[in-house]
Design a protein. Structure first.
Length: 548
């Protein structure tokens, strides 16, 4: 098999086994798919993905123009394989990340156009029961093997399912899905009735069965909050080491990540003191933190959050050509939401039918304050929107580079963009720059806390207290963060480790090129192949430096 065919085969394997992809890509022809969670399905996926990884690594080692792409393919299929077990056994039962939550925020806002799309949506809801039953079997087996989620998370999942089942069918979020645009009048009314019937007869009974399994099998086997990490599970240390490597970089260990986090926390404390003196007239860390989450700096009106975010986004768009040789043709829009994480990005459709969208959770506007600006630049311009849209618009790129998402590069670029925005002069004042430090220290503390929980045996309370001591975050926000790390081990380490890798490559290139170094050119190289793994990015940047 030549290198091009091997690249195609790796991408086909990634697509086949990455069950979230159709929703995130807006691939309406595949939206009927649900995650496969059985032990047999996971074993089959790992075997196929492992073979693809080995072939791609061997081909990448031979060099050539496709070497960065082949290395990215190898890292991509390994990432899917490495996350399969933990995703099935922890993430899908999680109260905020679980299948019962994922269903309601990810499935009910699809851009359905044709009657076939409408039928696929109905089929997806009809098939939910099979997905749930497969998950129930996996959760029961994991609980018997000592790998159940912590009891408090399972209890919260049960509470959320109970609340949903107690709600009126007419208010079910799945019925909020807009009908296919080609349907009208009686046809769309009939489709809506079909959706309501399926939610009543298939979706809600499946949730009842999931609740029974959580109550009868999973909850009694759950550990306490003082033993919530993978290190407390049989084989958990090895699982976590693999997750850290795939979420960060080749050869990275939990100990290295933990030490890096501690170093970043110390560095950020000095930056807080310096900017605190400028913004508030004090360098006392506790006082600076208290001022940052004070009521006077918080938003109280959801519409005001969106208005300010839109203005910041427009400012970034205007400044971007001075720092980027290429800017996307696709627009990016700011949109309010009352579900999901604080802020998240959805890429534009490849055919131009949908812009990129930066979603802001405004259900509790008070969570926004000085941290808003950095989040806008991370999720929109010059962050994820440039990263995703430029790739989608380059038809010469392989589909893998246009549609893939690897956390270390993907989230690393987003976090790099927050600091780049400071160089671009996008922050209004020292308070907004302190907001940049707020989001920065969140990612630094993630390195310490994620590894603390899953490698060093920290309990949930210790993790929360560490955040309270070293960031200006409020406890409710911290608690949600820590609970996310418990249910998605390793993922939170990708942001800061990825950013540091990009900054290291930038420094390396600037040192090598001296006065000839151009930041616009560096950014062009970094984003030239769309989504890549960090080892592939190193190859690309070092080739560019050597050719200069």
């Amino acid at each position: 098999m030549d290198d091009g065919a091997l690249l195609d085969a790796c991408w086909a394997a990634e697509v086949a086994h990455n069950d979230h992809r159709p929703l995130w890509d807006g691939d309406l022809d595949e939206i009927h798919r649900w995650p496969r969670t059985s032990i047999a399905a996971t074993d089959e996926a790992r075997a196929e993905l492992g073979a693809a990884q080995r072939d791609a690594l061997a081909a990448a080692a031979r060099g050539g123009d496709l070497a960065p792409s082949l290395r990215t393919a190898a890292d991509a299929v390994h990432h899917v394989a490495a996350t399969k077990e933990v995703e099935a056994e922890l993430t899908f039962a999680h109260p905020d990340l679980g299948l019962h939550s994922y269903l309601f925020w990810a499935v009910n806002d699809l851009p359905l156009r044709t009657s076939q799309h409408g039928a696929a949506y109905v089929r997806k809801l009809q098939d939910f029961g099979g997905c749930v039953d497969e998950l129930r079997g996996r959760l029961t087996a994991a609980a018997s093997a000592g790998r159940a989620p912590i009891a408090s998370h399972t209890a919260r999942s049960i509470e959320k399912i109970d609340a949903h089942l107690a709600s009126d069918l007419a208010d079910d979020p799945l019925l909020a899905q807009p009908g296919p645009t080609e349907l009208a009048g009686p046809a769309v009314d009939a489709w809506r009735q079909q959706v309501a019937d399926v939610v009543r007869d298939a979706v809600r009974p499946a949730l009842v069965r999931l609740r029974e399994t959580l109550c009868d099998d999973v909850l009694p086997a759950g550990r306490g909050d003082d033993a919530c990490g993978l290190t407390h599970q049989p084989g958990g240390d090895g699982r976590y080491a693999e997750l850290v490597e795939t979420y960060t970089d080749e050869g990275t260990t939990p100990d290295e990540v933990h030490r890096t986090g501690l170093e970043q926390v110390v560095r950020l404390a000095e930056e807080y003191r310096e900017l605190g003196a400028e913004a508030f007239g004090t360098s006392d860390l506790r006082e600076v933190f208290a001022r940052l989450h004070g009521d006077d700096l918080a938003f109280h009106d959801p519409d005001e959050v969106v208005r300010v975010a839109t203005e910041l986004h427009a400012r970034a768009e205007a400044a971007a050509p001075g720092y980027f040789a290429r800017v996307p043709e696709a627009a990016c829009r700011v949109r309010a939401t009352d579900t999901g994480s604080m802020g998240f990005y959805s890429p534009p459709a490849a055919d131009g039918s949908r812009p990129g969208i930066f979603f802001l959770n405004t259900s509790t506007p008070e969570i926004w304050g000085p941290n808003l600006a950095a989040t806008v630049f991370h999720e929109g311009v010059p962050g994820h929107h440039f990263q995703a849209a430029l790739a989608l618009e380059d038809e010469d790129l392989h589909d893998m580079h246009r549609r893939l998402f690897l956390p270390a590069f993907g989230e690393g670029w987003g976090l790099y963009s927050e600091r780049l925005a400071d160089e671009m002069g996008l922050y209004d004042d020292p308070v907004q720059r302190l907001g940049m430090l707020m989001t920065d220290s969140l990612r630094a503390c993630r390195l310490v806390v994620d590894t603390g929980l899953h490698a060093l045996g920290w309990g949930r309370r210790r993790a929360i207290d560490y955040f309270l001591e070293h960031t200006p975050m409020q406890e409710a926000e911290i608690t949600a963060e820590v609970d996310r790390y418990i249910g998605m081990p390793g993922q939170a380490t990708s942001y800061m480790m990825g950013r540091l890798a990009i900054e290291q490559l930038r420094d390396e290139a600037a040192d090598a090129q001296g006065d000839a170094f151009e930041l616009r050119d560096f950014h062009d190289v970094v984003l030239a192949r769309g989504m890549v793994s960090l080892p592939a990015l190193r190859q690309m940047v070092r080739r560019w430096v050597a050719a200069a």
